[in-house]
Design a protein around this ligand. Structure first.
Ligand SMILES: Nc1nc2c(ncn2[C@@H]2O[C@H](COP(=O)(O)OP(=O)(O)OP(=O)(O)O)[C@@H](O)[C@H]2O)c(=O)[nH]1
Ligand SMILES: [Mg+2]
Length: 455
């Protein structure tokens, strides 16, 4: 495969900037441009040892004094020959260094190409490769911890366990069907039943964890709603800690939805400030109201804001009607710094969470954040790494689950082993999609390995 190169660190002035290469000529290209101060060639250095020296461009001009390291195949991240240059963190210098590497025959790496090569060369499975991206993108500590565990192979092991049990089952079926003359015990029905049920339970839990995983990585969709001028945009700004949305005393200030993510003590919210809900003849405001209804329908959490310094108006009651069947609602009595016209108890019963705040004085926000955490407790029953955060993996897990449920029904209605086997093999190929394993090769080798029929 051709030799790829890229700048591996962000393009901003920083202490260190890294150039990275992988492929057949990675070591020779870097060795031609980098000369160790201690003499000799970088290509003779041991794997993963940092060597100090001068980095030249292709015309022989000095680029930097820096550190270089090489790793020979297969003992590297990608499994290929790799090299790295740890330069001073100047974007311009790194760009010039990269050009020099291109001049020597490397080409620009595509996004994710180093990790893709690591997967293709068997250094990691697909779940681990995807965990690399999740780890880099993680926005909360919990998401980061989950991705770390997946990088270490948590999903691979979990899927691998389910896969192995199902593979054993199909291997026994195949041995029976393909080698009838061999003395192989019959598989009894309760054993099939058990294997299917265990796989269904584990996959079901894994599929359900995706619901949580999505909230983890995308943030909990949180709609801030209320009639105009109650302080919705002020609440958004207070939770973010900066003036993101325009606040004014004119009712109807916010016309479009404004979205921003924020991590509140480790819980990631996707906050959506909305246009105030009221009857209006203004066509633009009507469009905003339509978006508010959409945000309400999508929300996992609703923060409904009311103004304690003004009477509860019919428009407030319409807001209450619109949210009354939603599962996670917090009623917020805002503007507590002004003389109050009503109390928390004047809001309708049936809403478990009510709090009083002042977005202007930043009072009561701790209570609000505490209530949000109560609605979304950290799920201690799911160990880190066993939460699916990846839609591709979740889709494949759901398809595998469906295939197994069909196989289970076939078994219960007395279908022939062939039909059940087909369902199990379907499930295996979907599970194989998750880890990137190939079904046929694995199945064939398993049959011979376990039953020693290939004599
Ligand atoms: N005294 C006081 N005023 C507040 C408080 N929160 C918001 N306000 C004021 O209320 C007015 C409306 O605030 P916004 O945050 O724009 O209200 P909104 O609900 O987003 O309004 P629309 O976008 O028009 O629907 C502004 O003048 C704010 O300064 C508060 O806690 N105390
Ligand atoms: Mg607003």
């Amino acid at each position: 495969m051709d030799t790829i190169a890229a700048i591996a660190t962000p393009l901003a002035p920083s202490a260190i900037g890294i150039l990275r290469l992988s492929g057949e000529h990675a070591i020779s290209i870097v060795s031609a441009l980098f000369h160790p101060f201690a003499g000799g060639s970088l290509s003779d250095a041991p794997n993963r040892k940092l060597i100090y020296g001068t980095f030249y461009d292709e015309t022989g001009c000095v680029l930097d004094h820096c550190l270089a390291t090489i790793s020979r195949s297969p003992h590297s991240y990608t499994g290929e020959d790799t090299a790295e240059l740890q330069c001073h963190g100047s974007p311009l210098l790194l760009a010039r260094g990269l050009e020099a590497l291109f001049a020597m025959g490397a080409r620009q790496a595509r996004p994710g190409e180093f990790t893709k090569r690591a997967f293709l060369n068997g250094q990691m499975d697909l779940t681990q490769a995807e965990a690399v991206i999740d780890l880099i993108d993680a926005q909360t500590e919990a998401a980061s911890r989950n991705a770390s565990a997946q990088l270490a192979g948590a999903v691979r092991l979990k899927i691998g366990g389910i896969y192995d049990n199902l593979l054993n089952l199909t291997a026994q079926f195949h041995a029976l069907l393909d080698y009838p003359e061999e003395d192989i015990e019959e598989i009894d029905e309760s054993q099939i039943e058990d294997t299917l049920q265990n796989a269904i339970d584990s996959l079901g839990a894994l599929s359900r964890s995706f619901q949580q995983g999505r909230l983890f990585t995308q943030g909990i969709p949180t709609a801030i709603v209320g009639r105009p001028n109650v302080g919705k945009s002020s609440l958004l700004n207070a939770l973010l800690g900066y003036e993101r949305a325009i606040v004014s005393s004119v009712p109807g200030t916010t016309r479009d939805t404004v979205e921003e993510r924020v991590s509140l003590d480790g819980l990631l919210l996707r906050l959506i400030d909305t246009a105030g809900l009221r009857e209006t003849a203004d066509p633009i405001e009507q469009m905003g109201t339509e978006r508010t209804r959409h945000a309400l329908a999508e929300a996992e959490l609703i923060l409904a804001v009311f103004d304690a310094s003004e009477p509860i108006l019919p428009e407030d009651n319409r807001v209450l009607d619109a949210i009354q069947n939603h599962k996670n609602v917090i009623l917020i009595r805002n503007k507590s710094d002004l003389p109050a016209l009503w109390e928390e108890r004047d809001l309708p019963a049936g809403f478990a969470h009510i709090c009083t705040i002042s977005t202007q004085q930043l009072e009561g926000l701790d209570t609000l954040i505490h209530q949000i955490h109560q609605l979304f407790p950290k799920d201690s029953t799911i160990p880190a790494g066993e939460i699916l955060t990846n839609a591709r993996q979740a889709g494949a897990a759901a398809r595998a689950l469906e295939a197994l449920e069909t196989a289970q029904r076939d078994l219960q209605t007395g279908m022939t082993p062939d039909a059940i086997l087909t369902g199990v093999e379907d499930a295996l190929s979907h599970l194989g999609e998750i880890t990137g394993a190939t079904l046929q090769e694995a199945l064939v080798s398993r049959i011979f390995e376990r039953f020693c029929v290939g004599k």
